[in-house]
Design a protein around this ligand. Structure first.
Ligand SMILES: Nc1ncnc2c1ncn2[C@@H]1O[C@H](COP(=O)(O)OP(=O)(O)OP(=O)(O)O)[C@@H](O)[C@H]1O
Length: 367
């Protein structure tokens, strides 16, 4: 049966248990063509297992994963549709890079010359006659990517592709993936480090303990975070009292003696202190950066606990997740609720006649 040609990845209610271990639990997200989507989560979050299910290498316990509307093993010639690089891939020790690619080119039925082309695409032409055993980790990553590109696939799925790359390699990969997506192709890239992929990705799926914690654009994620205002007051206790009397309960001290107030604007605080006759020496709006948001999401911080008091970091940043900091000296402090930015998915319509994909061993046609 033909795929729909869209290059769209759809993961719907995907779960996988290995005996007592739940690796992936009810995972849902989509990856649209023309975008680079980051698949982020700490080590052990379930990223590799989810990608292996998408690529037909592991049978889901429940749910579906499709590419262009079909499960991997129903794609016809999958190497022409999806190219994938998973972790810990080996290369034949005695084959040159070019020969390695020729073997795979023959296996998926693409012309021999494509091997040289993809070496050029990943910047390895000069190393064509060298053996991957002598390559740096970064060069091996490039060769693995070249292998995935052999079938000129519409979809690229890369598991931790930035591992082992130096900053120049990461920049190269970023430009490569963005250009690939600009051609209308679909790119899904996993990482346990947001900073590695933050500038590459448009969309992000964040998982923790096999569960989706966020799915949406990076911009939405940034916008989902409440900012706080850090106030330097002559009398912090008097300021806290005035704030609480005015109904602002989400108040806490910082270790440098300022008062952090959530859910208010600087103007509101300015009006309040003017009315109360309090002296304030400075105010600063403080937004969480994405790395810290990611840290909070993956540590289960969206549970409504108060922000801890922490020394402000460079530029005035958030501290570690709630619960990690010292107790606040202020009384009557109420925990604040942070919004869970996870977006609800549209229910997936299982196509008529669809069957659960069976387990497929090995690489099938795409390697
Ligand atoms: N074949 C397996 N048998 C038993 N448990 C497994 C198997 N594969 C994965 N797991 C477990 O499932 C969980 C998720 O593992 P997975 O490798 O998918 O996470 P990950 O997010 O890719 O982590 P990493 O970045 O460290 O590779 C872990 O607890 C892991 O030990």
């Amino acid at each position: 049966m033909q795929n729909d040609g869209t290059g769209r990845i759809l993961v719907q209610n995907l779960s996988k248990t290995f005996g007592p271990v739940t690796a992936v639990q009810n995972l849902s997200f989509t990856v649209e063509p023309g975008s680079v989507t980051g698949f982020l989560g700490p080590n052990g979050a379930g990223k590799t297992t989810a990608l292996r299910m998408l690529l037909g290498l592991v049978t889901p316990t429940a749910g579906v994963a499709t590419i262009s509307g079909r499960p991997y093993h129903q794609l016809g010639n999958p190497a022409r549709v999806v190219g994938a690089v998973l972790e810990n891939e080996g290369f034949h020790p005695r084959r040159t890079a070019l020969n390695h690619l020729r073997v795979y080119a023959a296996a998926i039925g693409v012309p021999d010359q494509r091997a040289g082309e993809v070496l050029g695409l990943v910047g390895l032409s000069a190393a064509a006659q060298r053996r991957p055993g002598d390559f740096s980790l970064g060069m091996r990553q490039r060769l693995a990517l070249a292998t995935a590109l052999l079938g000129n696939p519409q979809v690229l799925v890369l598991d931790e592709p930035a591992n082992g790359l130096d900053p120049e390699g990461i920049l190269w990969l970023r430009n490569f993936l963005r250009a690939y997506a600009r051609e209308g192709r679909t790119v899904l890239v996993s990482s346990h480090l947001l900073s590695e992929v933050e500038q590459t990705i448009d969309q992000v799926v964040i998982i923790s303990h096999g569960v989706t914690r966020y799915f949406g654009s990076l911009e939405q994620l940034r916008g989902s975070q409440q900012s706080r205002v850090l106030v330097q007051a002559a009398d912090p206790n008097a300021l806290v009292k005035a704030l609480q009397e005015a109904g602002h309960q989400q108040v806490e001290p910082t270790q440098d003696g300022r008062v952090a107030v959530l859910g208010v604007t600087r103007q509101e605080i300015g009006d309040l202190v003017a009315k109360s006759g309090l002296a304030v020496y400075g105010m600063e709006e403080d937004r969480a950066d994405l790395e810290k948001l990611f840290f909070q999401l993956t540590n289960g911080a969206y549970t409504g606990a108060p922000m801890p008091a922490q020394p402000p970091q460079q530029g005035g940043g958030w501290g570690p997740p709630p619960g990690a900091g010292p107790a606040s000296p202020y009384q009557q402090q109420q925990p604040y609720q942070q919004q869970q930015p996870y977006q609800q998915q549209q229910p997936y319509q299982v196509p008529p006649g669809y069957q659960q994909p069976g387990q497929q061993q090995g690489w099938g046609g795409h390697r």
